[in-house]
Design a protein around this ligand. Structure first.
Ligand code: AP5
Ligand code: MG
Length: 199
């Protein structure tokens, strides 16, 4: 098993780099943002609740988010070689819950990849994506809230994972492939596991 967390501010490239990681390491991708947006698109009860938070740039409450994640883990990822967690955890209680969930399943979290990108670049990326794709929370006001929530509630997780010796800082600015090379080198150093193309 190889379980990785892709950590970083909104727009830092978690989704972009997750796609490359799952391809090269044969892992399963769980993006909590995508899970929630899928519920919103299908108009489920959960989607209606999630929309009230996402549209304001706020986090879904921990107890609900943890239940959703555990459900996806058991129903979709139990037979996989490992998981890339993209956008989860975002709070200390979520990080504690993830450790417990993995331990209960006889597994472990191996590394946390922290994509570090200057704030002006994050804003520019999200505004561009908003124009190109129409993603509803990529508007100036919600972006401002998402960044504030990130600084107040999510960034403290960097120290949590540094204390566990699992945090791998990565410069998330530059070319997508070069960032991925840096991630692979970090994962390899931390776990000894090689990506497919290097085997
Ligand atoms: P979520 O969907 O996770 O959004 P986010 O964290 O705001 O991050 P994004 O998806 O916007 O960015 P990303 O880091 O994936 O970057 P991407 O690769 O797309 O969460 C949305 C909402 O759901 C939250 O606000 C919250 O309400 C709720 N939620 C989700 N998880 C939750 C949780 N655990 N607890 C509670 N609530 C939760 O890249 C961004 C853009 O930049 C793209 O256009 C991309 O093409 C471009 N780009 C990527 N890399 C580069 C590069 N190197 N150079 C130039 N452009 C690049
Ligand atoms: Mg994303």
């Amino acid at each position: 098993m190889l379980n990785l967390v892709l950590f970083g501010a909104p727009g830092s490239g978690k989704g972009t780099q997750s796609a490359k990681i799952i391809d090269q390491y044969g892992l399963y991708h769980i993006s909590t943002g995508e899970v929630l947006r899928d519920h919103i698109a299908r108009g489920t009860e959960l989607g209606k609740i999630a929309d009230t938070y996402i549209s304001k740039g706020q986090l879904i409450p921990d107890d609900l988010m943890i239940r959703i994640l555990e459900d996806v883990l058991d129903n979709e990822a139990s037979d996989k070689k490992g998981v890339v967690f993209d956008g989860f955890p975002r709070t200390i209680p979520q990080a504690v819950a993830l450790n417990e969930m993995l331990t209960k399943r006889g597994s472990d979290l191996h590394a946390v990849i922290g994509l570090e990108v200057p704030e002006e670049e994050l804003i520019e990326r999200m505004l561009n994506r908003g124009k190109e794709t129409g993603r509803a929370d990529d508007n100036p006001e919600t972006i401002k809230n998402r960044l504030e929530v990130y600084h107040n509630q999510t960034q403290p997780l960097q120290d949590f994972y540094k204390n566990e010796g699992k945090y791998i800082p990565i410069n998330g600015s530059g070319l997508v492939d070069e960032i991925f090379d840096e991630i692979s080198a970090g994962v390899e150093k931390a776990t000894g596991i090689l990506r497919r193309s290097r085997k």
